[in-house]
Design a protein around this ligand. Sequence first.
Ligand code: NAG
Ligand code: NAG
Ligand code: NAG
Ligand code: NAG
Ligand code: NAG
Ligand code: NAG
Length: 362
Amino acid sequence: MAWHIGIIFIFSIILSAIDGSPGNVLQLDYPDVTIAAQKNGTFLGQSGLNGDIYIQPNKTNFGTVFFDGYDLLEIIDIINNMPPLWRLHGHTGYSGTFEGGSDINIPLEVLDPESQDVRFELVAGNFPIGLKIAKNPWRIEGIVPDEDAIFTFTIRALDSSDKYADAVFKIETLEVDQCLREMCHNNGQCNNTNTHRGFTCTCPTGYGGPTCDISCTRTALGVGNASVVPDAQMSAYLSRYLSKAENGRLSRSGNNWCGENANSWLQVDLGRKAQIYRIETAGANSTFYTKTYTLSYSTTGTSFDFVNSVNSTTVHTFHGSIGAEYQTLPEPLEARFIRIHPKTYDSRYHPCLQVEMFGCWL
Ligand SMILES: *[C@@H]1O[C@H](CO)[C@@H](O)[C@H](O)[C@H]1NC(C)=O
Ligand SMILES: *[C@@H]1O[C@H](CO)[C@@H](O)[C@H](O)[C@H]1NC(C)=O
Ligand SMILES: *[C@@H]1O[C@H](CO)[C@@H](O)[C@H](O)[C@H]1NC(C)=O
Ligand SMILES: *[C@@H]1O[C@H](CO)[C@@H](O)[C@H](O)[C@H]1NC(C)=O
Ligand SMILES: *[C@@H]1O[C@H](CO)[C@@H](O)[C@H](O)[C@H]1NC(C)=O
Ligand SMILES: *[C@@H]1O[C@H](CO)[C@@H](O)[C@H](O)[C@H]1NC(C)=O
């Protein structure tokens, strides 16, 4: 109680000094703080410029701070033990109506006395496909399923000591004719469906992707990128001594795959079916490169057909050179496995190459 006595002492000095001035019965003015009790009972505690006021109960060595008759420390304890409190919607629920195919972003916000370290989990109900609970900031986001339906689910907010509060969400989704929105680019044909996106596009030759906005002749499928076509999807037949199939990906790193002779081939497994429009090859250097090659393809990886010239039964010959050489396929080719068969090269040496393919995924 040491400070208590000190304050009373100071107050009594001030009291006598300001006695009689209107309003103020008790006043302590220090450079940074004003504490005043007024006649009508108002108690004023005010800090100086940019100052903060701390009320710090410390039961260990000092007295209790009372707040409306209650020990302030106990009040703080009770507040800290309260679960999170939903801000935008109570536990009675949140509801909203959304058009299929639209982007949704519903913030998940709670107040929690302990911290803002709160996480959210789906605990029950029917959560729409295409939506997810995402963080930073916490929200429900995604593309609304294109169907007439009502989804009801419960999301739980948990604080750092696992106290929680649940909120029920009710989301109504409306099927809309997605084709009215001109979803398909480049004259793609739109078909309003009940799939997750609510439409499919049938793209004209040369375009691909879900909305036909990808130019297939200009988009590399990613043979050169090991996270698209991993090493295990590169293989070869009759490789030159120590030459690795994965070096056949066009990486511009100076690595190449080299075949032993004109019976060798390099195989790329794209991992899934694609429509291939164009192929790019490059050689190792001015002596080790592939001058001409043929292509064979497969969707299963077991039986392969050769790529023929247009309206012909003759196997098409493609041209390569020392540097990058692009060749357009006679017709777009649907395949997952493609083999590159070097045919002519400097006969004193061996056929070497790196490859990339351009097209659209199916
Ligand atoms: C009490 O008096 C102060 C100053 O005289 C005034 O600002 C305040 O509003 C008053 N409070 C009440 C509850 O009347
Ligand atoms: C209470 O006061 C004592 C003595 O000043 C100090 O050692 C202790 O850390 C304080 N406790 C709290 C919780 O502030
Ligand atoms: C549109 O989609 C439906 C359902 O997926 C399918 O049955 C129909 O054949 C499609 N129509 C066209 C023109 O692609
Ligand atoms: C390789 O592919 C991954 C996965 O698709 C992509 O994130 C990355 O940007 C690509 N790298 C390059 C260099 O294109
Ligand atoms: C050309 O490339 C081949 C295959 O990578 C290599 O064995 C050879 O040493 C290279 N020749 C020159 C002159 O760099
Ligand atoms: C291939 O044949 C089709 C149908 O017979 C024809 O329309 C097309 O013009 C031909 N293409 C070439 C390049 O000869």
